[in-house]
Design a protein around this ligand. Structure first.
Ligand code: PMT
Length: 399
């Protein structure tokens, strides 16, 4: 489960820091990629040399070293999880208070990945009301707590506060990734963005799709462990690492790409705004401006969603979108059945903050059993989570 996982290990000043060496070795053995950030206090307990040898990566301590700047923002974006083990009482207090006086805390404050802490301290400190409040603040902020052990402490006393053993942290991580990655081993195809249909070498028929909704879905599917291929029409949007992007321009190119990929997919989400018509002929040269009107003859493009619906097999979940301006619900349900989709996501251009270009959308998800889930206007990234939840539900119902 940890094969290829990117783990950012933060080590703070505690006697338990010596266990970080064993933990690093176990993580590497499991196939994880490990980068280490340690505080200066942690160096008193374990050397950066041991850790860089075990992790096969340089160990970072300072915001700037030898005239170069450690990019704390990118570290937090690189990682699948930031694990602070051991997390000392001091670092926990600083995390709770938003203090940023070392690299590890700067990484924590800018991390976009989940953060887990494995506290380590003597029992009296562990039970102190200030520590309890700090831990509550940290977990209320969405961070994860790896339970402490009970046993012999650095003081010689027996009690609560020992850092979890490296083997137990490994088990915790395996469980974390299996729970948070329900789509591990599943292949997903997502389309996003517009298509451009050429009229002549300089002009085309296109639409206002930015790709934001489709990319948010592709990224959410990847976050849940799926191998995602994104067939992306012409946009400037950036896509997070780890997603295979196939860039296309026309509806015909999008059709070819989807038709090729679909047979090996468990999930397909057609979010692109595909042109319904394309010029019958594309002029070789730029069409010259004249006084009289001109006519461009258009022919229907192939309907990708409908074609995939005809080829769909048991075990494949097909999701379509419906972008409507009138009779929204009726049209969406018609698309669900006529295209043999499992789910249809309706968005209407009549709703404020919904549809093309916005960071938000307002959607309703319809399923084949007549179910209907309505969502208020929310960021597309949040709605992508709801859409993926519905996909997982549908996938499980088929098995
Ligand atoms: O990209 P954004 O700026 O974030 O905007 C998001 C969006 C508005 C483009 C998106 O939420 C959306 O609604 N996408 C579908 C747009 C659309 O073409 O809707 P439609 O009702 O015309 O098409 C119905 C379904 O058929 C869609 O799943 C579409 O991808 C699919 N289709 C359409 C035509 C065609 N030739 N082949 C298709 O597969």
């Amino acid at each position: 489960m940890l094969q290829g996982k990117k783990i950012l290990l933060g080590i703070t000043g505690s006697i338990a820091a010596y266990k970080a060496a064993t933990l690093t070795r176990l993580l590497i053995k499991e196939g994880a990629e490990v980068k280490i950030v340690m505080t200066n206090a942690a160096k008193e307990f374990v050397t950066p040399l041991s850790l860089s040898t075990l992790s096969k990566q340089p160990v970072l301590t300072d915001l700037s070293e030898n005239d170069s700047w450690a990019n704390h923002v990118m570290l937090g974006r690189w990682a699948d999880i930031m694990l602070i083990a051991p997390a000392s009482c001091n670092t926990i207090a600083k995390m709770a208070g938003g203090i940023c006086d070392n690299l590890l805390l700067a990484v924590y404050l800018s991390a976009t990945c989940p953060v887990a802490i494995a506290p380590a301290m003597d029992e009296d400190m562990w039970l102190h009301s200030t520590t309890r409040n700090n831990l509550k603040k940290i977990s209320d902020a969405g961070n994860l707590l790896i339970p402490v052990g009970n046993g012999e402490l650095a003081s010689g006393l027996i009690g609560e506060g020992r850092m979890a053993e490296p083997e137990d942290i490994l088990k915790w991580l395996n469980l974390f990734f299996s729970d948070s990655q329900p789509l591990h081993g599943k292949n997903a195809l997502v389309t996003a963005g517009p298509t451009f249909e050429a009229i002549d070498p300089v002009r085309f028929i296109g639409n206002h799709s930015s790709g934001k909704m489709g990319v948010a879905i592709a990224e959410e599917l990847a976050n849940r462990g799926a191998n995602v291929t994104l067939v992306l029409g012409p946009t400037n949007i950036s896509v997070k690492q780890g997603i295979q992007v196939l860039s296309v321009t026309t509806a015909a190119e999008m059709y070819e790409a989807c038709d090729l990929i679909f047979p090996t997919c468990h999930i397909a989400v057609m979010c692109a705004a595909v042109a319904d018509y394309t010029p019958v002929q594309v002029a070789d040269q730029k069409i010259k401006k004249k006084e009289e009107p001109i006519t461009v003859s258009l022919t229907p493009t192939r309907d990708i969603l409908k074609s995939l619906g005809q080829k769909k097999k048991l075990g494949q979940v097909l999701v379509g979108f419906a972008l409507e301006t009138q009779n929204e619900k009726e049209n969406a349900i018609k698309k669900l059945t006529s295209k043999n989709a499992d789910l249809i996501v309706l968005n209407s251009l009549n709703d404020k903050g919904a549809g093309f270009g916005y960071d938000t959308n307002k959607i309703t998800i319809f399923d084949k059993a007549g179910g209907e889930l309505n969502f208020d206007t929310r960021p597309k990234k949040e709605l992508a989570k709801e859409i993926v939840n519905s996909i997982i539900h549908t996938l499980h119902a088929q098995i």
